[in-house]
Design a protein around this ligand. Structure first.
Ligand code: NAP
Length: 280
């Protein structure tokens, strides 16, 4: 079985970002990362994104708010960030605490700076198969990973486990655009193992440590693991039992070292594209 390495894919994206940066004639795009509270996974994603931007020669600023920030205060500050001309792109770390109205915030973000595709405009573009908007970085990272390893998508049966607005749903649209036949599974799906075994491309995005085992995988399938979980021993792991599926899958992504590494590379690429679009 071939392990699909995120580092190889992100290196290719880096080369592309460097070429796009040259076209900006010395202008250095700036990312704003907005975080509420101190959730460990947010802090770790923020750290990864900051170091990726630095590595690619891009600027990034962190804006953090206390966990109990009021909607009124957040609205005012977020509007300023979104309207700040120095800022080319925004990454809002979610989920947000319950006092913040996520729907209102999604509508507030300038779609031209909405690098993770949370605004209604960008969601609509993803659903319409229009590539001029920004798709959620993780969903796009899955497709980039497959394309980078020249996995044929057209006409293939793809099964996604997970239907969240950030990963499963937009990924279904992106794979559909690539002409896959897509099935999306969730907690009410009957006989998940059987449905997964139909997949030539199986994507796990459920957030359940190693829930996908050999019984879910068809011989020769490509298995992509979006999950980032901590197991009972405090070890980082995905939704796929990598060892178990390695006997049946032809290719699979490890965790860590798989899709996660590509996600921040896609974020950097979105930032440079947003800056180029704004400067036109
Ligand atoms: P989420 O919002 O919790 O959604 C999980 C989805 O999986 C839901 O649709 C849920 O079904 C489904 N699900 C959960 N358990 C299931 C089961 N036993 N059988 C079938 N379906 C099941 O999670 P998310 O935000 O999409 O994130 C998913 C995973 O990806 C997490 O581990 C997260 O940390 C990771 N993630 C990784 C990246 C990256 O860059 N690699 C980025 C974002 C998220 P229902 O809808 O029926 O509840």
């Amino acid at each position: 079985m071939i392990a699909l390495k995120g580092a190889e894919v992100s290196a290719k994206i880096q080369a592309q970002v460097e070429r796009q940066l040259e076209e900006l004639g010395g202008y250095v795009p700036c990312l704003a990362i907005v975080r509420v509270g101190e959730r460990p996974d947010d802090l770790s994603y923020e750290k990864g994104a900051l170091s990726r931007m630095k590595k690619y020669g891009l600027r990034a600023e962190s804006y953090s708010f206390p966990e109990d920030v009021s909607m009124e205060k957040f609205r005012e500050k977020f509007r300023n960030i979104s309207g700040d001309d120095r800022i080319d792109g925004i990454l809002l770390l979610r989920p947000l605490p319950p006092q913040l109205d996520e729907k209102e915030i999604e509508r507030m973000i300038d779609p031209a700076k909405d690098l993770d595709g949370i605004s209604p405009e960008n969601i609509a573009r993803v659903f319409a198969g229009d590539e001029t908007g920004f798709a959620p970085c993780t969903a796009e990272a899955v497709v980039r990973m497959l394309k980078s390893y020249e996995v044929p998508i057209e006409g293939k049966r793809a099964v996604i486990v997970g239907r969240s607005a950030v990963v499963g749903r937009p990924l279904a649209m992106l794979l559909l655009k690539e002409h896959a036949t897509v099935t999306v599974c969730h907690t009410r799906t009957r006989d998940l193992e059987r449905v997964c075994r139909e997949a030539e491309i199986l994507v796990a995005a459920a957030g359940k440590p190693r829930m996908i085992g050999a019984a879910h995988v068809r011989e020769g399938a490509v298995a992509v693991d979006v999950g980032i979980n901590v197991d009972e021993n405090g070890k980082l792991c995905g939704d796929i039992d990598f060892e178990a599926v390695s006997e049946k899958a032809s290719m699979a992504t490890p965790v860590p070292g798989g899709v996660g590494a590509v996600t921040t590379a896609v974020l950097a690429e979105h930032l440079v594209r947003a800056a180029a679009m704004r400067r036109k």
